[in-house]
Write a protein that binds this ligand. Sequence first.
Ligand SMILES: Cc1ncc(COP(=O)(O)O)c(C=O)c1O
Length: 357
Amino acid sequence: MSPSNPVINFGAGPAKLPREVLEEVKESLVDYEGTGISVMEMSHRSADYTKINNDTQSALKEILNIPDNYKILFLQGGGTGMFAAVAMNLIGRTGKADYVVTGSWSKKAAQEAEKYGKSTWNRDPEASYLYYCDNETVDGVEFNYIPDSQGVPLVSDMSSNFLSRKFDVSKFGVIIAGAQKNIGPAGITVVIVREDLLDYAMPITPTVFDFKVNAGQNSVNNTPPTFVVHVIQRVFAWIKRQGGLATMEQNALQKSTLLYQEIDNSDGFYQCPVEAGCRSRMNVPFKCKTPELDEQFLKDAKALNMIQLKGHRLVGGIRASIYNAVTINETITLVKFMKEFRHKHSSLNAQSQIYLS
Ligand SMILES: Cc1ncc(COP(=O)(O)O)c(C=O)c1O
């Protein structure tokens, strides 16, 4: 490997987009399909944008097999905005909600919900909804099953593992997913909401966050990030061309297995703090034996053009995010580097041990 290697982006978000999609977007940047203007310059109420908006929703409906009694919304405010929006739109049903806290993002969501109602850690049959985060991006913890909410509407933050596997949408009341990992550029959060849950917004709910208003206005109640939706449409088309969610799932399993095997077979040189049963297929956090080695790892990886591997500032260490657009070959390149780095530093360590004894 040499510094002239192509850049491999292991960022946690905003994250790598498929190269093909970037090329397509570049192609249509200044003249979208013969309109003579860019999507960036187009009215959100024009026929051309309406088609982009509707086609993007139809593609998602097809990819995820979303039943007819669900609405797809493209909202602003990010995942963090949706922490508030979920509570304001739903908690009014009974005034209470249950939060399963498995990491930093679900903790933040629970703290936000406290502003609008009572959020509890113990299951309450009268909860307006049961909330959980399907994949904790910072901590590398992922659910490998859909929790049984026993009749209470289930709400899930799937920001960092959305469209990485098939799942049954009909088990959910609301799904939220920020775009900047598996879907597209930052600026949109996809919300999938069951129609019968559209009637509980608190009167104080800002109009931009009101699910019912946005569902009624096809997500153009106010100006949406139109260009972001255009890119998302291209990402959905790319997923379909790859073979849909079955391919995404197979690749995610293969890539994550390669990384976890190297960690687990490293004789403790690399350590992953997450138990095997709930390890994320998207974000793989690990540490070397010392913080100095972590620093060296990041520096050497960067010199080889493997970038954005630094662990989240809350937990430190290293984190390899291997979203849909990161290829199997790119993951193999990282694993090869991990092996080389380990051998180099294990033997250095062994030599210094001999010297010391
Ligand atoms: C799982 C999850 N939820 C929510 C968020 C917050 O998203 P945003 O930064 O768009 O508010 C993130 C951000 O990385 C995330 O990973």
